[in-house]
Design a protein around this ligand. Structure first.
Ligand code: AMP
Ligand code: MG
Length: 318
């Protein structure tokens, strides 16, 4: 007899990741070791931990796929029967921020890649287009929000407007200073509309970024990812860390908390983010909506149809 395939993931130790990785204001990023591995269980020690983490992410992704389905089904039911819906139709939105080479793309590939692609809504934010610049900074973000029933992922986000916009002086200080409150108002509005936010900073070290940039330069297959301006941003490392610390401190709220994931180790990063997303889905206590049709009647109609088409069906099956 073969051993049953393991279907349960190993939970983090020391508490849920949402508690272990949640920031408290004032945030001191220097006190968080990018190589640390909060919550990692003992079973993941030693040589095998990379492979172990990969397997765990696959398990978590499969579980998330089931949660995604319930989220979608609930939203669909709410749209069809607005009056009878118990809870507001919602979505989950994972916001990923990081310095260049911080692993946003890799996290999406690994974590979203383990989830159900049908229910994903992934959007990336680059420098604003001329059209986007004609509107306020949240305009393009509103247009990118996941519809009810979807798990959204933001690869960069409205936080760039208090990060690069601040460090590179893209707007005058009073403009970016006002944005922290505008972001909090915006996120409160989203939460009220049923969007559950999980905001994650992938925290890498200066040394690790240097190594990853060099890897990009050394590999012709990675040149497309390299941008000479990455070095300019790297030269302003301390200013960016300060801007991140302030953004996290001023915009971590009970409704929309910030989490810092130590990200120098890619396998830990993916494992930690997968758990954060799973725990966020768990807070929604999802289930499947009741049928909005008469089951007995539908069974009856199906039987009646079979009786009429029975002869033809048999002939086709020969
Ligand atoms: P990447 O994520 O490597 O494709 O790079 C996207 C680039 O877009 C980064 O250099 C970001 O700093 C930049 N970016 C994203 N959002 C904004 C924004 N609101 N204002 C200015 N630059 C931005
Ligand atoms: Mg880049």
């Amino acid at each position: 007899m073969s051993t049953p395939r393991e279907t349960r993931f190993v939970p983090p130790i020391g508490g849920p990741m949402r508690e272990l990785l949640r920031v408290a204001a004032p945030v001191d990023l220097g006190a968080i070791d990018p190589r640390s591995t909060p919550g990692l269980p003992e079973v993941a020690a030693g040589e095998h931990r990379k492979g172990w983490a990969r397997e765990q992410v696959a398990l978590l992704g499969a579980g998330l796929g089931r949660q995604q389905e319930m989220l979608y089904a609930t939203a669909k039911a709410a749209q069809e029967r607005p009056a009878s819906a118990g809870r507001p139709a919602g979505s989950v939105l994972l916001v990923l921020q990081a310095m260049d080479c911080g692993g946003k793309d890799g996290t999406i590939k690994r974590v979203a890649g383990a989830m159900n692609p049908l229910g994903l809504h992934i959007r990336s934010f680059g420098p604003p287009t001329p059209e986007e610049l004609r509107h306020d900074f949240l305009w393009r973000v509103r247009r990118a929000l996941p519809p009810p029933g979807y798990a959204g992922i933001f690869n960069r986000s409205h936080y760039e407007d208090v990060l690069v916009a601040r460090v590179a002086s893209l707007v005058p200080e009073p403009v970016w200073q006002a944005r922290y409150d505008e972001i909090n108002d915006f996120e409160r509005e989203l939460t009220g509309a049923g969007v559950t936010l999980v905001k994650v900073l992938l925290h890498i070290s200066y040394a690790e970024q240097g190594a990853r940039l060099l890897e990009r330069l050394d590999d012709p297959r990675k040149h497309w990812k390299y941008n000479p301006s990455d070095i300019d941003a790297r030269a302003r490392w301390d200013d960016y860390q300060a801007a991140y610390a302030e953004a996290l401190s001023r915009c971590t709220t009970d409704a929309a908390p910030w989490f810092v994931v130590p990200a120098d180790r890619k396998w830990y990063r993916d494992w930690a983010v997968a758990h954060l997303v799973r725990e966020t889905f768990d807070t929604l206590a999802l289930g499947y909506p009741a049928a909005n049709f008469d089951l007995g009647r539908e069974r009856e109609r199906l039987r009646a149809g079979e009786a009429v088409a029975g002869g033809a069906g048999e002939m086709n099956s020969r």
